[in-house]
Design a protein around this ligand. Structure first.
Ligand SMILES: [Zn+2]
Length: 325
């Protein structure tokens, strides 16, 4: 984890491993201090706080959660008395998708020989994902702390005369997707609408909505985008991710029309240049999302996480690469 200065007042903490849960955080060091996203566990959150304290030693007055996923909200409890801002949907969604018990149980299971063996037999993908997470994370002690300041479409902050625009763009990756634009600094904190050099994972929403959001990132003409996952970039990050999603949707449609299952389609579709990205077999999720749209299923249909990790695992095995999540 390293801190980068991205403009006069904007900073980012980047998790270089860039695998699942390795989310980035942001800081705006004026107007009382604003932290954007709070990491996946308490030790990562504390490291982020230590890094940001070099340029903002006080407790930040505000926290923004870009959306409801665990890896962006599980450090909220360390920001005592801070105002926590998010889209109106986020508190209820956090209760649905970010309660820590299941993840705590998973890491305890893979940490013990016998339960690990059982899990490997039943759900090899989930077991592998759990083992990967165990290398870096400990979910013990995490309590959900929900945002309290909620907004619908736009929310503006004025930090010592500098404008910060929170723009609701969901649902494209999750229900609560929000980007944070600081026009004077030409910086956008994109949350998980942008994955950089790693395969995007989307849970709700539609391809069209995601394309619109990536177009908006490009139209805002920022010098720097801080993605939710992966290294800093400019608008080329949004352009590349849009091209990836277009490629996957097009390939998925061909497989769908041929009657293949989404799993078989993901095994068939070549990674192409995107094989260089982290966790390329997460392709499965993007294929399955496209299939849900082709079948006219609701964009918020729930995911079975065991089946999803197992499918990613199978796709990786079928392509002869080490499963990575
Ligand atoms: Zn994330």
């Amino acid at each position: 984890m390293k801190m980068h200065q991205v403009s006069d007042h904007c900073y980012a903490v980047i998790n270089e491993k860039n695998r699942v849960c390795d989310a980035n955080s942001g800081l705006i060091n004026c107007g009382g201090g604003v932290v954007i996203d709070t990491q996946s566990d308490l030790s990562h959150a504390n490291r982020m706080i230590d890094l940001f304290s070099k340029v903002w030693p006080a407790m930040p007055k505000r926290v923004i959660n870009t959306h409801e996923d665990a890896d962006h909200v599980w450090g909220n409890q360390l920001f005592d008395k801070a105002e926590i801002i998010a889209h109106r949907s986020v508190p209820e969604r956090m209760k649905q998708v970010a309660e820590p018990e299941e993840s705590q149980k998973l890491l305890h299971s893979v940490g013990k020989f016998l339960t690990r063996l059982m899990l490997k037999t039943l759900h090899p993908g989930l077991a592998a994902a759990g083992q990967q997470l165990l290398e870096d994370y400990n979910f013990d002690g995490i309590k959900l702390v929900l945002p309290t300041t909620l907004f619908d479409t736009k929310y503006e902050l004025n930090l010592d005369g500098k404008e910060v625009h929170l723009i609701y763009v969901g649902p494209c990756h999750q229900v609560g997707d929000t980007i944070i634009h600081m026009p004077e600094e030409k910086v956008v904190f994109a949350g998980d609408v942008l994955f950089r050099q790693c395969t995007p994972m989307g849970w709700t929403g539609s391809y069209e909505k995601w394309f619109q959001c990536l177009d908006l990132l490009i139209e805002l003409k920022p010098d720097v985008i801080v993605p939710g996952h992966g290294p800093l970039c400019g608008i080329e990050g949004a352009i590349e991710m849009k091209a990836y999603l277009q490629y996957v949707r097009g390939e998925a449609k061909m497989s769908f029309d041929q009657g293949l299952t989404s799993l078989d389609a993901a095994k068939r579709i070549e990674f192409g240049p995107y094989g260089e990205w982290r966790a390329p077999a997460r392709l499965y999720m993007n294929v399955e999302r496209a299939y849900r749209e082709f079948r006219n299923e609701p964009p918020d249909a729930p995911w079975d996480s065991s089946a999803t990790f197992d499918a990613i695992f199978q796709v990786a095995k079928s392509k002869g690469i080490t499963p990575e999540f």
